[in-house]
Design a protein around this ligand. Structure first.
Ligand code: COA
Length: 207
């Protein structure tokens, strides 16, 4: 499904793209949101048939794949084109895991386990890094489309935030595209507060 552009995304000048497709620079409005780790909410129950996996190098590809399947049809794949590309997600995941500030305890994966061995799927991912100010920065939270609305996003956020706290941090932050109203509602309900508006320029194909 092609993402829609409405309020919050400003169009710029038409330019010829590398692939011959006309491109335009679009400015996406994004909010920075912050969370006081002393006010961590109660641990949400993990629904039946799902399991949480803490970070391990052997899960890098599984994180990348869950990230790709969570973001490929979403607006954020226009804001950050690597999210709409399987190889791009692998590269990004590798870069996150190699960062000096990578926080293993704030990086989690969710696996759905059905009845048989073949009914297994990595369906949610979140990663954390600590920024240069000592603030925990949530990277891409993603739940694959068929598993949304069951509390998995809230579970991953809880474990990432608890992981930052365990790491000795006091505050956490994330950035969300202003048009992503579902995610913003979730973050606000869990206690994140909007602190700043930023704009991210991205090249998108002209419609
Ligand atoms: C944003 C996202 C991570 C949310 O994940 P999720 O697993 O659906 O989140 P939750 O289920 O915890 O909460 C979402 C909704 O489900 C509801 N919900 C929570 N627990 C539930 C449960 N046990 N059963 C049914 N619904 C539940 C919540 O009330 C919430 O409703 P709301 O829309 O009124 O706020 C997911 O939609 C996603 O991956 N989107 C695409 C990628 C993206 O945009 N990521 C965010 C980047 S900043």
């Amino acid at each position: 499904m092609a993402p829609a552009f409405d309020a919050g995304a400003g169009r710029g000048k038409r330019i010829a793209g590398r692939t011959g497709v006309d491109m335009t620079v679009t400015y996406f409005k994004r909010y920075r949101m912050e969370f006081e780790l002393a006010r961590l909410f109660r641990e949400p129950d993990l629904p039946l048939h799902y399991r949480l996996l803490r970070w391990d190098e052997s899960l890098l590809m599984a994180h990348a794949d869950a990230k790709y399947r969570s973001f490929r049809s979403e607006l954020d794949a226009n804001v950050f084109p690597c999210l709409g590309d399987r190889e791009g997600c692998r590269r990004l995941m590798g870069e996150i895991a190699r960062r000096n500030g990578f926080v293993r305890s704030a990086t989690w994966l969710i696996q759905w386990c059905g009845k048989g061995e073949e009914e297994r799927e990595y369906c949610g991912t979140i990663q954390g890094i600590v920024d240069f100010e000592g603030i925990g920065s949530i990277q891409n939270l993603g739940i694959t489309p068929g598993h949304r609305g069951r509390g998995l996003g809230s579970c991953l956020l809880y474990h990432a935030l608890a992981g930052f706290r365990e790491h000795g941090l006091r505050r956490a932050t994330l950035e969300v595209t202003a048009q992503n109203s579902g995610a913003i509602r979730l973050y606000q309900r869990l206690g994140f507060r909007r602190t700043k508006t930023v704009y991210k320029a991205a090249e998108v194909a002209c419609g």
